[in-house]
Structures are given as structure tokens and as C-alpha cells.
Design a protein around this ligand. Structure first.
Ligand code: DGJ
Length: 354
């Protein structure tokens, strides 16, 4: 396991190499000295600014008023029966630079004293995503809610007045009546938002419009990527938009085991979606570099800059699952994900190889 190296403080943690004098609130450096930070995809434990392992698995990102908020599953408990951790809640971290993350607490907490509650520790609460509603001024979290056998198959919704929460849990449902498992939400440029999730015991991915307040499906939806079921059916959806085109990356369905990713492109969010195959190239491309998609983050203030975020699950010890972040490269009509042992945001300033 590689450790993070800091130029000034004998410190920290892994997954990012930082040369930094010290770190303050919201991940900001506390002095004006220049810093050099590097992502080390999947190479050890990524520590927050308090020195604790970042617990934000299956996560998503919100950029709001100059700060990135990273929401994800807090799996800092024992792995039970070799496949699950009792629900602890959804972590929130904040950062201004994407390298250093301050733990903001549990944005959504488990409800241990009510065995019937969706957020009881015995349930499943996975893949949280948060979007901000400009009209209601609320932060809205959507999350996969399930029972330990993944039969409940619902989506939960929670709201907050602030990005760090605490979020108030509203309800769960099966959007448009169908089963809902791995999911994400997407807010388009025009303010319309969508939930995208595996449905029909993994036979389709549904793209469903949300109501104007982002709290429910509006009833308008389309189904895509029909498959007979696992392992080739699609989950772990991660969507983004670039130059007016939508890109959707998904994984196959092999539990915590890694598999080959697939991406599709569309000129309209409801399709038609054109399947383009595996975006990963090079060694271990058939295993998504031993990781599974969770989100694609547009980097604020940089042109054509998107980060593919993935989880390198450790099914034996889920709390120790790591993060693989790689830059998305645009090719003629498509995208490419290449392994990099280390990289930083200046990568986006380099021209793409043809
Ligand atoms: C695959 C999903 O992508 C994960 O989020 C998680 O639900 C695991 N399956 C559980 O086996």
C-alpha cells in the first residue's frame, strides 16, 4: 500500500499525493503556498483532512457555490456474511480542489431504533446522488433502498436546506411502478432532472423524468439496454453531458466482482442510445481496471474535463474498498478511459491522443 507523501508535513494518507503545507476547513490549504497534488487511482486508502479513511462508496458529487460535495455509502463497519455492511448512513465530504476532503458528517443517518424503517441498519442504502433544485432551493438526495436480499428494490428520496445536511428522509417508492436498484440522478442544463436506474430484475435501464421539485418521477420515462438479466444486464449508471451529447457508462451485473463496462451515447436523454462498447482500453480494460462505475464528474472551470469515478470493491472487507478516478478522454465520436498510475488535473490541459 502506498502512502501519501506530503512535502512539508510528515503525514497523511494515500490515494492522493499532496505537497502541501497544511489543510484547513473545506479542504482548503491554510496557507498560500503552492501545492502539488496527484491522484493515485486505487492505490491505498484515501484519507480525509482528519486522517481518516474516506467512506464515500458508490458515491456521487455535487458542485455548489465553489465547493465540491462528495456523497457516498459509509461502510465503516464489519462486512457481514461476506457481502454487506449494516447501513450506517451517507457520508458527505467537501473540497475545493478535489484532492483534499473534509468530512462533513453523515448527511443521511441510519435509523437503528425502527426495524421497519427504510434506513434501518439491516437494510441496504446505496449509490446516493444529490442535486440542487434552483426553484425550491432544496438539496435533494436520491438513493437505492433495499432489503438485505435486494428484493425490496426501491428508490429513496431525502431533502435538505444545506448541502451537508442533515437530510430529512421523505419516502421510498418504485419509480413508475417498477423495481429500482443501482441508480443515479442527473440535472440537465435546462434544470430538468432525471433518475436513471436498473429495473425489471436487471432487464432494462430506465430513464425517468422527475417532477419540477425533484421529489418524484413525473410519469414520463423510457427503458433502454434490454438484456435477459445478470451478468450482462447493466447497473452502476454514470451519466454526463458533453457538447450537447449524453454519455452513459454502466457496468455488468456481477455483484461486487468487477466486469467490463459499456458506454452509450445519445443526442436526447430519452434516446435513441447507441451502444459503443467498452470505454476502457489497455491492460485490465475488461475488468474496468478492477473497479465499477459510480459517477462522472464535470470539473468546474476546465473545458472538456470530466472525471470517471469508480469503486474498487473489496468484498471481503467493504470498508476498505478503494476509489479509482480517471480522466475521460474524448475521441472522434466517443470516449476513452485509460489507466494512469498517477495523474493530476493538469492532465486536462494536455491534448488528447487520437
Ligand atoms: C452491485 C451494485 O453495483 C452495488 O452497488 C451493490 O449493490 C452490489 N451489487 C451488491 O452485491
Amino acid at each position: 500500500m502506498r502512502m501519501i507523501h506530503c512535502l512539508v508535513l510528515p503525514c497523511l494518507v494515500l490515494s492522493v499525493i499532496c505537497g502541501s503545507p497544511s489543510i484547513g476547513a473545506s479542504g482548503e490549504p491554510s496557507s498560500g503556498k503552492s501545492e502539488v497534488c496527484t491522484f493515485l487511482p486505487g492505490q491505498g486508502t484515501w484519507l480525509d483532512t482528519d486522517g481518516h479513511a474516506i467512506q464515500a462508496h458508490g458515491g456521487g458529487m455535487l458542485y455548489h457555490e465553489g465547493i465540491y460535495y462528495w456523497y457516498g455509502e459509509n461502510k465503516d463497519g464489519p462486512t457481514l456474511n461476506g457481502n454487506r455492511v449494516d447501513v450506517i448512513g451517507i457520508s458527505c465530504y467537501s473540497s475545493r480542489d478535489l484532492y483534499r476532503w473534509k468530512f462533513e458528517g453523515l448527511a443521511l443517518k441510519a435509523v437503528p431504533d425502527d426495524p421497519k424503517h427504510d434506513l434501518h441498519p439491516s437494510r441496504v442504502c446505496e449509490r446516493p446522488k444529490v442535486i440542487f433544485n434552483d426553484k425550491t432551493r432544496k438539496f435533494v438526495m436520491w438513493v437505492h433502498i433495499d432489503d438485505a436480499k435486494y428484493q425490496y428494490a426501491r428508490t429513496g428520496v431525502a431533502v435538505s436546506d444545506t448541502p451537508v445536511g442533515p437530510f430529512r428522509y421523505v419516502e421510498s417508492f418504485r419509480p413508475n411502478g417498477g423495481e429500482s436498484r443501482d441508480m443515479t440522478v442527473f440535472k440537465d442544463d435546462d434544470g430538468k432532472a432525471y433518475v436513471i436506474f436498473g429495473t425489471g430484475w436487471h432487464t432494462h435501464v430506465q430513464i425517468a423524468d422527475l417532477t419540477d421539485d425533484y421529489l418524484k418521477p413525473s410519469g414520463v420515462y423510457t427503458n433502454h439496454f434490454q438484456r435477459p438479466g445478470p451478468p450482462t444486464s447493466r447497473e452502476a449508471p454514470a451519466i454526463f453531458k458533453h457538447q450537447g451529447r449524453y454519455y452513459l457508462i454502466t457496468s455488468g451485473t456481477t455483484g461486487w466482482a468487477c466486469n467490463e463496462a459499456m458506454y452509450a451515447v445519445a443526442d436526447s436523454i430519452h434516446g435513441p442510445w447507441v451502444e459503443k462498447g467498452n470505454p476502457c482500453v489497455g491492460k485490465n480494460a475488461d475488468k474496468t481496471f478492477f473497479a465499477q462505475s459510480t459517477f462522472v464528474l464535470p470539473v468546474a472551470g476546465k473545458k472538456d474535463a470530466f472525471i470517471f469515478m469508480a469503486d474498487r470493491w473489496n468484498s471481503e472487507n467493504l470498508r476498505d474498498s478503494q476509489y479509482v478516478w480517471l480522466p475521460v478522454r474524448f475521441t472522434d465520436g466517443g470516449i476513452r478511459l485509460e489507466w494512469l498510475d498517477s495523474w493530476d488535473l493538469s492532465q486536462f490541459d494536455k491534448p488528447t491522443k487520437p
